[in-house]
Ligand binder design. Structure first.
Ligand code: MN
Length: 191
């Protein structure tokens, strides 16, 4: 069963604005969120709802729409579903200190749910062969999260939404929640 123990153990909810979250409870339409986060280094947190929690990967370079790009994705702690709305500044001295924005979010579909050998998201996760269709504000189309011998990779699948020229991390840097950039959220946090 999914657990938020690690997530909670690493945070002091009296001092960090991050949500503690309730009991893991799957929603009717599973969601995803991509947060841009300037912690020790700039990165994107790619989170997809599985089993009532947000399974999470740190993607240093963020997602690409070019199927040739294989973006390193480092698994990290499960986060509560409530985290999908989180935007703000994690205070200094705390885990992940720095600004966070909701760079993209929406719902997703398990592309392996049907077919000859259907797989649930949980099974795909265990095998390291996730294929999902994202319905976000910025990202659309099929994405694969693949576990190789020593790492996970995030790869745009080949479909009509693949686009080697469009670079949404550059051309659309603003939050889909507030319209603010990471820098603006950071600056406001310092006031
Ligand atoms: Mn992060």
């Amino acid at each position: 069963m999914a657990s938020l123990k690690k997530y909670r153990a690493r945070r002091d909810f009296k001092k960090s604005p991050e949500p503690k979250g309730g009991k893991p409870k799957p929603s009717k339409r599973p969601r995803f969120v991509i947060q841009q986060h300037k912690g020790r280094a700039m990165h994107y947190d790619f989170r997809i709802e599985i089993d009532g929690v947000l399974k999470s990967w740190v993607v240093p370079k963020g997602p690409s729409l070019n199927p040739r790009d294989k973006r390193l994705a480092i698994p990290t702690d499960d986060h509560p579903l409530e985290y999908a709305r989180f935007e703000g500044v994690i205070p200094e001295g705390h885990y992940g200190a720095g600004p966070v924005i909701v760079w993209d979010r929406g719902t997703y579909r398990n592309l392996k749910a049907k077919g000859e050998k259907p797989l649930t998201m949980k099974q795909s996760l265990r095998r390291g062969t996730i294929e999902i269709f994202l319905n976000g504000k910025k990202l659309k189309g099929g994405f694969a999260l693949i576990k190789t011998a020593d790492r996970w990779l995030l790869i745009k699948m080949r479909d009509k939404y693949a686009d080697a020229r469009r670079k949404p991390t550059k051309s659309q840097p603003e939050s889909v929640k507030s319209g603010k950039t990471l820098r603006e959220v950071e600056r406001e946090g310092k006031k």
